[in-house]
Design a protein around this ligand. Structure first.
Ligand code: FO1
Length: 343
């Protein structure tokens, strides 16, 4: 395990929304190697005998500057020759693996078959793609999200991609979670960070599995870092994906206060979108009400523009989150100089 300087920044993240903030942070930090990303792997699945890790790959491709902005997954400008051939051989083609993306799944699968840990494999992928932040799977063991619907128990990608996330969600299960452990690298990243940021990812199926790994919440509670979560909801809607529908399906109010309550046992600061500033009081009261046992620290609420529609928006939110962390006393690594004003 390579030693990192203390005072790092560790982000818990799913795919697209989290990747945008991670990219913004990597862009504003003078040394992006102080950044560690702990990534959901419960969306992982096996297709054509290959191990696919959608959220890990979205983070890697985004940080490598390869991501397809239109799709939100896969590689920009990828081609589909292999997919078309697989279709001719009778394989279903609803999960679209591009030709260059296919190489990532082939390499990962080959290395896993050699007996390597997923953590090591992701390190090799990141090194080959010149990704400087450290990207860590939440665990090395297989975990699979299963969505309970009226149509039955659906594997996550079948619910999300094949059926377009249209089935009302009745329950969510993380198969294999009881046998999972935070890796030594994950525990070290939580122990040595000065700030832990929960990205604006889906709290149920992106952040939820990370927090469900036995020992993860305890590691967050015990971390000396300031723990900041960024809302995935703005104006009652998720920027991307079925967060609102899933929360309602599980009987939760689909609002930022309900998201903050899911992080209640470790949260220090919750970042609301500026447009939702009037929800601050309910974030505090709901989080406190939901706390069991001694109240601990009262979560504080801050506001920022959380919409990341372009690279400038990603960096704007990254700087805002770092400023909020600094204002709450977190020692931070140096940020890169702000871009020069246009002449
Ligand atoms: N998402 C889609 O909506 N359609 C696809 O065909 C698709 C293919 C795909 C291939 C590789 C990969 O790593 C991800 C892919 N995704 C696709 C994204 C993925 O299903 C979800 O975005 C994540 O699991 C949710 O974070």
């Amino acid at each position: 395990m390579s030693a990192r300087p203390p005072g790092g920044i560790t982000v818990l993240s799913g795919g697209v929304g989290g990747a945008r903030l991670v990219d913004g942070l990597a862009g504003v930090l003078a040394d992006p190697s102080v950044l560690t990303v702990i990534v959901n792997t419960a969306d992982d699945w096996t297709l054509w005998g290959l191990h696919i890790s959608p959220d890990i790959d979205t983070i890697l491709y985004t940080l490598a500057g390869l991501a397809s902005a239109e799709q939100g997954w896969g590689i920009a400008g990828d081609t589909w020759a292999a997919l078309r051939m697989m279709e001719r051989y009778g394989f279903p083609a609803w999960f679209r693996i591009g030709d260059r993306d296919l190489a990532t799944h082939l390499a990962r699968t080959a290395w896993l078959r050699d007996g390597r840990r997923l953590t090591d494999v992701v390190r090799s992928l990141a090194a080959a793609l010149d990704v400087r932040p450290r990207v860590l799977p939440m665990c090395d063991e297989p975990v699979a999200t299963v969505v309970h619907t009226a149509a039955g128990r659906l594997p996550f990608q079948e619910y999300f991609v094949a059926r377009g996330a249209t089935d009302p969600v009745q329950g969510i299960e993380f198969e294999g979670i009881a046998g999972a452990h935070p890796t030594p690298e994950v525990l070290e990243a939580l122990r040595t960070a000065s700030v832990v940021i929960v990205a604006p990812s889906n709290p149920l199926v992106s952040i939820g599995p990370i927090l469900a790994v036995p020992g993860m919440r305890e590691a967050l509670v015990g971390s000396p870092a300031l723990r900041v979560a960024v809302t995935p909801l703005v104006g009652g809607r998720a920027i991307k994906g079925p967060t609102v529908e899933m929360m309602r399906g599980l009987g939760l109010p689909a609002d930022p206060a309900a998201v903050a309550a899911l992080y209640r046992d470790f949260l220090d600061v919750f970042v609301l979108d500026t447009r939702d500033g009037d929800a601050a009081a309910s974030v505090v009261s709901r989080t406190l009400q939901a706390r069991s046992g001694p109240a601990g620290r009262t979560p504080l609420v801050a506001c920022a523009d959380t919409i990341m529609s372009d690279p400038a928006g990603r960096q704007r939110l990254a700087r805002a989150v770092l400023q909020i962390a600094a204002a709450h006393g977190a020692p931070l690594p140096p940020a890169a100089a702000p871009p020069a004003a246009p002449a």
